[in-house]
Design a protein around this ligand. Structure first.
Ligand SMILES: [Zn+2]
Length: 353
């Protein structure tokens, strides 16, 4: 701990409640930046823009109650004097209250609606049109706005928050955990906090952003965040490369029957690497090696900076998927990949002429 840093006690004071609920997670940000926390709909739109609220165009001077649109799993609202108008007795009050974590009542119909919104967002975030990218951009902007002076404090508070959350979750008995609003599977809860803490321990700006994004997602989506944790590593890099061109289930099944039908292809133009398009993961701890400092795939071997395991970097170590690696199945040799890269090189040269 450097001089001038806040103490653990001071950090704890900025935590409203050590719980993975959206209001608790965002309160830390507002407490540190000295801004008042926005009301429910504004809060949701602030941190998850466009994902669950559609803003209806108006002149901004009319109060119209927001609506929940069942078929689209969206809340439609209007801006009134710059803020999303919530009204007082609408169904949306309950739905938004549950998502933000300020209402813990278990009104069944609204609980269900909120759960469908969580599912919808979670599916949307693992889809191919990459809304996760713009979500991260939004979080980067907001954290950068806090200014470098606050950054260290923010890091410290999140660090304490994760530890307190982990402790208080398991202090409660199983019945209590299982019967709360939007209960977690313990594995999902663990993974979210683990990812966040792992990123915090990088002590970088990106690490701070990623850590906070995990806490935000875990708090909003609760157990539905499990889907995201299965698909992305802690830096939000996809872990499961598809075993087929499309990644669709039926193609994956067919690929298992006739793997030779699929020719490896490479479509990128990053030719500086020895193995373009190949992501390397530590055989021991699963860490994404490409993003470790100093990693270069021209090396024969790379010692994982996290666990110290020495990983060979060669064509023999290339697998199509995690499953193939675990089961020791290599349907393609790395040579196929290198051939695909060679072809791509020729293609690029042709384009240049
Ligand atoms: Zn490792």
């Amino acid at each position: 701990m450097g001089a001038g840093e806040m103490t653990n006690e001071e950090a704890e004071k900025l935590i409203t409640e050590p719980q993975l609920r959206l209001c608790s997670v965002t309160d830390m940000y507002y407490n540190i930046t000295g801004q008042p926390a926005p009301r429910q709909l504004d809060l949701l739109e602030d941190w998850f823009p466009g994902l669950l609220i559609r803003v209806r165009e108006t002149d901004g001077n009319k109060k119209e109650a927001p609506e929940y649109i069942d078929t689209e799993r969206l809340i439609e609202a209007v801006r009134y004097h710059g803020h999303l108008y919530l009204g007082s007795t609408s169904r949306v009050t309950h739905i938004a209250g549950k998502l933000v974590g300020r209402t813990k009542s278990n009104l069944e119909k609204e609980r269900k609606a909120a759960e469908l919104i969580q599912k919808n967002i979670s599916r949307c975030l693992v889809s191919e049109d990459d809304p996760l990218g713009s979500l991260l951009e939004n979080t980067v902007k907001k954290i950068a706005l806090a200014g470098p002076a606050k950054m260290e404090d923010f890091h410290h508070v999140l660090y304490i928050f994760v530890l307190m959350c982990a402790e208080s979750y398991y202090e409660r008995d199983r019945y209590d955990r299982d019967s709360e609003l939007f209960p977690f599977d313990d594995e999902v809860f663990d993974q979210i906090l683990y990812n966040a803490f792992y990123q915090l321990l990088k002590y970088t700006f990106d690490g701070l952003v990623h850590a906070y994004q995990w806490l935000l997602l875990g708090a909003l989506l609760r157990n539905e965040c499990g889907r995201i944790a299965r698909v992305y590593d802690s830096s939000f890099i996809p872990v499961n490369r598809p075993a087929s061109e499309t990644g669709h289930l039926i193609d994956k099944l067919l690929y298992m029957i006739e793997p030779e039908e699929y020719e490896p292809t490479y479509s990128g133009d990053d030719m500086d690497k020895r193995f373009p398009g190949i992501e390397w993961y530590c055989d021991q701890c699963g860490e994404h090696l490409n993003e470790q400092e100093g990693f270069d795939d021209h090396l024969e071997a790379w010692q994982c900076r996290r666990c110290g395991h020495i990983n060979l970097i060669s064509t023999e170590e290339i697998y199509e998927t995690d499953e193939d690696y675990r089961n020791g199945i290599q349907n393609h040799t790395g040579e196929d990949h290198l051939r695909a890269v060679e072809e791509r090189k020729k293609e690029l040269e042709k384009d240049r002429k």
